[in-house]
Design a protein around this ligand. Sequence first.
Ligand SMILES: [Zn+2]
Ligand SMILES: [Zn+2]
Length: 298
Amino acid sequence: MLVRLFKRFFLLLLLAHCPFITRLGNFVVEATIVVATNNVTYQDRIAAFGPRLADEGLLGYLVSVEMIEANNQKGCSKLKRKAPTNQWIALVERGQCTFIEKVRSMQASGAIAVVVGDNKKNGLITMYATGDTSDVIIPSVFIAQTEYKDLRSLSLIVEKPVEVQLVKDNLLQPLLDVIIVVILSPTVMMIFIYVLWRIRQRQRRKQDIAPRQVVGNLATKIFFESKRQENEPQECAICLEDYADEDELRILPCKHEFHIKCIDSWLTTRKKFCPICKRDICSPTEETPLLSNHEPTP
Ligand SMILES: [Zn+2]
Ligand SMILES: [Zn+2]
């Protein structure tokens, strides 16, 4: 029962950390687009090619490419018309040509960065390119469909180009996640495994030893050398000391005798078996029912 409970807890602990684990693989490329006028932020992801974003971010004016050329919404070819502003960031739609083609044609059109918006799904992907991409000198990011729709309508509604900043995500949060995953989780796991191990050990030990009440109910007698019969031992098999007159002895159901002190501590802390014949003192027999009181044998 307890084990099952702990197993369930471990599973929950693992599941709870899954988002952190999945974030680990891509925390270096996550970024944000901040709209300067209202400080609204949009999550994006930096492409695998082209330069990284500088620490201070990149400030520019977001221009939906269809504003410059209505038939070039996807930015697959170099613009024939000039952008309405310098320092402009091209907002293009995914599709029709490859990501790298979009970035190259926008770079050739004078853009300082490219934002590619998804036209199908909501979810971030990393834009990859094959071959040599060293000619790409402007950064590019990918945004999901909802964000793209928002930014696109914003750039179409507002007459002036929208001032935005492309920023790298703060690495602190992902780093904290890393610390949690790499250090804290195993520690928590180890602690629980240890606690579980201790509980099971205690349970096992409890099964191995005899309850004090049962031991206390076993028969006792006072030893007198003069009363000792010939076949009776004269020393305690636990402490190996000879019995002295008036020593208190405990008599086990198997009739073996020991110092009360010695056998009680043996039965209640080590084993519930007679140290000589290994008989379980807790298992009731016909002659010695459990918890029955015995008169000391003379
Ligand atoms: Zn003894
Ligand atoms: Zn015995």
